[in-house]
Design a protein around this ligand. Structure first.
Ligand SMILES: NC(=O)c1ccc[n+]([C@@H]2O[C@H](COP(=O)([O-])OP(=O)(O)OC[C@H]3O[C@@H](n4cnc5c(N)ncnc54)[C@H](OP(=O)(O)O)[C@@H]3O)[C@@H](O)[C@H]2O)c1
Length: 173
């Protein structure tokens, strides 16, 4: 996230690292540690499509060190289908339960502002983990969906990691 709260630029652009890959702002050991604590991922379709576009334009540009099960929330099939991805649709609570079940006791990581906001609204999020990058974007896709009701958080940790700051909060329920 940029310091002013955007997770993508206008039009879902993800080239806002000033020529650097976004993951390159974070210390590799910290990324590896967080990925190792992750058992599965639940991803929104727009996040998936942006990641696929980036990978097609520049292979290797989506370089998160995670290799567990992926669950994609979407109303539309993937073209072509991807045997490594499970498509889910409908109730967000059922989707989280399915993806969490596959995490083998580790964390379920949720990606996408719309999907994460749905989970926050339903009280399904335990923690928010943010990598703050040292830039002000001025415009773009905000961290949470407009209209999300107030969510109170408890600070857990904040730490410098490479050129980023990692913030961790527990969601008060
Ligand atoms: N900076 C970062 O680290 C970071 C991380 C994650 C994402 N992002 C950026 O955030 C943007 C995407 O976030 P977003 O909030 O726009 O969208 P999103 O949460 O990634 O995806 C939303 C889409 O997922 C599908 N969906 C959501 N809930 C569903 C449900 N219950 N059942 C079935 N389908 C469901 C719908 O797609 P369909 O109806 O079309 O199927 C919906 O339009 C992208 O620009 C991405 O690059 C940035």
């Amino acid at each position: 996230m940029s310091l002013d709260g955007f997770i993508a630029g206008p039009g879902h652009t993800m080239d806002w690292g000033g020529g650097r890959p976004l993951a390159g702002f974070v210390a590799p050991d910290d990324l590896a540690e967080i990925a190792a604590a992750t058992g599965s991922m639940l991803i929104g379709r727009r996040t998936w499509d942006v990641g696929s576009r980036m990978e097609a334009e520049e292979p290797g540009s989506v370089d998160y060190p995670f290799s567990g099960p992926f669950f994609l929330l979407t109303h539309r099939p993937l073209e072509p289908p991807d045997p490594d991805v499970t498509i889910l649709s409908g109730d967000i609570g059922d989707a989280v339960a399915t993806a969490l079940d596959a995490a083998g006791g580790k964390s379920l990581e949720i990606l996408g502002a719309d999907v994460a906001s749905q989970c926050l609204e339903r009280g399904l999020v335990d923690e928010i983990l943010v990598y703050v990058l040292p830039v002000l974007l001025g415009a773009g896709i905000p961290f949470s969906s407009p209209g999300l009701a107030r969510v109170d958080l408890e600070p857990v940790s904040s730490a410098r990691s490479g050129d980023a700051t990692i913030l961790r909060f527990r969601v008060r329920k």
